[in-house]
Write a new protein. Structure first.
Length: 147
């Protein structure tokens, strides 16, 4: 099962489509992600998609990934797209709370330098499957690792 967080006007067929409010009939679950725990049970999803969402949350990077980890099945994958810290769209949008660097994701993976040095921020660990950038965005896929 797939969870499409912050679907906006781009619902995904066959997925549970979430957004902050019920603004269209395709929104299956309306929930403020700043409120934890999120309304899904532990280990519900195989995949969580969050495109252009993370930068809007006051919950923060660690809080967001801790909740994704909780609701993913063992080996489940979180797919995230967020603006690069130095991209114009990262600072133009007044609803953006924070922007990220690709190495921010390394804090979650104990195999990386940053994960080894500062991985104590969370007990929930991830493995970076893919991490890339285009002109303005970071694209990351992280796999839930059992702790």
């Amino acid at each position: 099962m797939i969870l499409n967080l912050g679907c906006g006007n781009e619902p995904m067929g066959g997925a549970v489509n979430h957004d902050l409010v019920q603004h269209g009939p395709w929104v299956d679950v309306a929930w403020d992600l700043e409120r934890t725990p999120w309304p899904w049970a532990d280990g519900t999803f195989e995949r969580v998609l969050a495109q252009d969402l993370l930068e809007h949350l006051h919950l923060g990077f660690i809080g967001f990934f801790d909740e994704c980890w909780r609701i993913l099945r063992p080996g489940g994958v979180a797919v995230v797209r967020t603006p690069m810290w130095n991209a114009p769209n990262a600072v133009i949008d007044p609803t953006h709370v924070r922007c990220y660097h690709p190495e921010s994701f390394h804090y979650l993976d104990p195999r990386t330098f940053w994960g080894q040095k500062y991985g104590f921020y969370t007990a929930r660990k991830w493995q970076i499957d893919t991490l890339g950038i285009d002109l303005v965005n970071i694209h990351a896929e992280l796999r839930k690792v059992a702790t």
